[in-house]
Ligand binder design. Structure first.
Ligand code: ZN
Length: 373
């Protein structure tokens, strides 16, 4: 078994201090982040006690329960790390609190725009009504946004393993919250057991009809063929999809159609999809002209901040600072928010970069829409 973490940590902490400070200060946008994978340890301890959920009772024990092994054997092992958080998130108060805390945590990492996704149908096991659960997350997001200034949008995630009719109902219910910041639709879950996204084609249609914008998890199993298969649901963006790099024709198609890959390199290594960060195709895909963004996937399951991930992208994957900035900035061009929301964010990101000598001549705006109005 490989032991990637110590070497990675040594190299990341060997970042020159100036670069570390710059990455911490950089305004960030994160598009691929799961609520149930990002629960604070202390909150999990408290919820386990008050909800009577069988779980470790010490911070160290809870940390070990919530952080998945690095690496896992496969996606299925990684998914098991979500069982405990989901058990703790079965009432409105818990969902609202966890959402608000996640926005607050992200704000401290310099994240100014975040899209948080979760599977509302996973949170009705103790009788919570589907719409009430969604309402709680919407409320938590709004509270976090107003406390921090970070702009939040939400993505409802359907599970591949769920009944297609239930996912249609989820899409119809989620779309009712579109004007309150729930703007996206996603499909995720066990890809090997349920490889065909069109099994849920009617749910995608219902989401689209309700005005939700479409993304889909793909390529966590099954390689480039699964990423190609995801195109059948006509997504604007794909969550993961790193394996597309193995198929030059697919790379060209993603580039030409402007379909963005929301990549999470550390999570991919943890899930056993990519052998090491150094092998991750993030930089290759970006340099081939594919739109990519960079996210953590799961703050707690991967024990990872977005600043950590940006540091690893430079130290391990080999992105230059200007490439990293271009990727960060691109998220504001593919985000599931309207222009009135995104234009001021682009302006403030650009103003920050204009004050950084290393970024002034960077091709950071490549592919960006004009934002000088
Ligand atoms: Zn994901």
């Amino acid at each position: 078994m490989r032991t990637p973490e110590p070497a990675e940590l040594v190299r990341v902490t060997a970042l020159e201090p100036g670069l570390g400070r710059l990455l911490a200060a950089m305004p960030k946008a994160e598009l691929h982040l799961h609520l149930d994978g990002s629960l604070r340890i202390e909150t999990a301890l408290e919820l386990a006690g008050t909800r009577g959920v069988d779980a470790p009772s010490t911070p160290q024990g809870m940390f070990e329960a919530l952080v998945a092994p690095m690496p896992c054997a496969d996606q299925a092992e990684l998914l098991r790390a979500f069982d405990l958080p989901i058990a703790l998130m079965q009432d409105g108060d818990a969902l609202e609190r966890i959402t608000m805390e996640l926005v607050e945590s992200k704000a401290t990492e310099g994240v100014r725009y975040v899209e948080i996704r979760w599977g509302p149908l996973l949170h009705v096991q103790r009788g919570l009504a589907l719409a009430d659960g969604i309402e709680a997350v919407v409320r938590g997001a709004a509270a976090g946004a107003s406390a921090t200034g970070t702009v939040v949008r939400l993505i409802a995630t359907a599970l591949r393993s769920h009944d297609p009719a239930d996912n249609v109902r989820l899409a119809e219910t989620a779309a009712r919250f579109r004007d309150r910041g729930l703007t996206g639709w996603d499909l995720a879950g066990p890809e090997a057991a349920y490889p065909d996204p069109l099994l849920h084609g009617r749910a995608f249609e219902a989401a689209r009809a309700g005005g939700l914008r479409i993304t889909v998890h793909a390529g966590e199993w099954g390689g480039a063929a699964q990423v190609r298969r995801a195109l059948e649901v006509e997504p604007e963006r794909i969550a993961h999809g790193a394996a597309a790099a193995d198929d030059p024709a697919l790379v060209a198609e993603l580039r030409d159609r402007g379909i963005c890959l929301d990549l999470c390199p550390t999570s991919n290594v943890q899930a056993g999809i990519v052998g090491s960060l150094a092998e991750h195709p993030l930089a290759r895909l970006h340099r081939a002209g594919v739109a990519v963004t960079l996210s953590t996937d799961d703050t707690t399951v991967s024990d990872l901040s977005l600043t950590d991930e940006y540091a690893r992208a430079t130290a391990e994957i080999g992105l230059t600072l200007s490439e990293l900035w271009a990727i960060d900035r691109r998220a504001l061009d593919v985000a599931f928010a309207d222009e009135a929301t995104l234009a001021p964010l682009r302006k403030s990101f650009d103003a920050w970069a204009a004050a950084i000598p290393e970024l002034r001549s960077a091709p950071g705006q490549a592919g960006a829409k004009p934002s000088s109005t």
